[in-house]
Design a protein around this ligand. Structure first.
Ligand code: 5RP
Length: 263
C-alpha cells in the first residue's frame, strides 16, 4: 500500500484505537433538505470537534464548511437519483478525482446497490472509482445501500460487504444486522455501520455498541446524531462506545448528563 493511501486511511481510522466516528451529513444528495440538515453549517459546526471524519457532498463542503477545519473529509462521489424515484439504484459517479484532490479529501465514498435493478452499473462505478482513486492514493469507502425489497440479514449484508472488498474498496459502510460477527469475519476490509433511520438515543447507542463488539471499526452515523434532541451529547456518547468500548447504559447516562448540563 502506498504512503499516501496509508496516510489518508490513518486520517479516517484513528491509530490510537483503530476505530472511527464518522459524521455523515451527505443525505441531501438524494433526499434534499432532510430534517436536521436544512442548514448544514449550523448543524455540523458544533459537532465537528467530536467527529473523526466528516462525510458529505462536494456542494455541501464548498458552501457550508470552512476550509480551516482540521477534520478529514470523506467525499460522497455518487448520485444521480432522487428520492422521488422508486428505484434509487440508478447512480453514476458525480465528482472527478481531480476535484476530489482539489478539495483535499481523505477518502471518497459511493453507494453500491447489490441485488437492485442497477446492481451492475453501481459495481462498475465502484471499479472505475477504485482505479482512479488508487492512482492518487485515495481510499474508497463503499456504502452498501439496501434496496426496498432486500432483507437486511447477515446473508445479504455479508454478500454486499464481501463483494465491495473483493472489488477493492478499502472500507465498507453497511447496516447492522443479527449475526453481524459473520459479516465482519467474512469481510476483506474494515467495516463501519450506518446509523439508519432515527431511533431512540438509547437504542442507537446499543446498536453502535453491538456493532463494535461484533468487530466493526466504527460508525458512519448521520440521522441518529444530527436528529437527536441533543446532537453534541449524542456524538460524545457515541465516541465513548466506539473508542472506549463503553457499555450502552453508561453511554446513555453520559448522553443524559451532557444533555442536561447547563451551557
Ligand atoms: C445513504 C447514506 C447516507 O446518506 C448516510 O450517510 C447514512 O447515514 P445514517 O443512516 O446514519 O443517517 O450513506 O446510503
Amino acid at each position: 500500500m502506498d504512503w499516501g493511501l496509508k496516510n489518508r486511511l490513518t486520517n479516517i481510522i484513528k491509530p490510537g484505537t483503530g476505530r472511527t466516528v464518522m459524521l455523515a451529513v451527505d443525505h441531501g444528495y438524494f433526499l434534499g433538505p432532510t430534517t436536521g440538515l436544512e442548514d448544514i453549517k449550523a448543524t455540523t459546526e458544533p459537532l465537528l470537534e467530536y467527529a473523526d471524519t466528516l462525510m458529505l457532498t462536494r456542494g455541501a463542503l464548498r458552501n457550508c464548511v470552512s476550509p480551516e477545519i482540521d477534520v478529514p473529509i470523506v467525499l460522497r462521489v455518487s448520485g444521480g437519483t432522487s428520492v422521488l424515484q422508486d428505484d434509487l439504484s440508478n447512480e453514476e459517479l458525480t465528482v472527478s478525482m481531480q476535484d476530489a484532490l482539489r478539495l483535499n479529501v481523505s477518502g471518497v465514498a459511493l453507494s453500491i446497490f447489490v441485488g437492485a435493478e442497477n446492481e451492475k452499473q453501481t459495481l462498475a462505478n465502484m471499479a472505475t472509482l477504485i482505479d482512479e482513486a488508487e492512482d492518487f492514493g485515495i481510499p474508497v469507502l463503499a456504502v452498501t445501500a439496501v434496496g426496498k425489497d432486500m432483507v437486511r440479514d447477515a446473508r445479504y449484508i455479508g454478500l454486499a460487504t464481501r463483494i465491495a472488498g473483493e472489488m477493492g474498496a478499502h472500507i465498507v459502510k453497511t447496516y447492522y444486522c443479527d449475526g453481524f460477527e459473520k459479516v465482519v469475519r467474512s469481510s476483506l476490509v474494515p467495516v463501519v455501520i450506518a446509523g439508519g433511520k432515527k431511533i431512540e438515543e438509547k437504542d442507537a447507542l446499543e446498536l453502535a455498541y453491538n456493532a463494535i463488539q461484533a468487530g466493526a471499526i466504527g460508525v458512519d452515523m448521520g440521522r441518529n446524531i444530527f436528529q437527536s434532541v441533543a446532537p453534541v451529547a449524542m456524538i460524545r456518547a457515541v465516541r465513548e462506545v466506539v473508542h472506549n468500548d463503553e457499555k450502552p447504559d453508561k453511554a446513555y447516562d453520559l448522553f443524559n448528563t451532557l444533555k442536561n448540563a447547563k451551557g
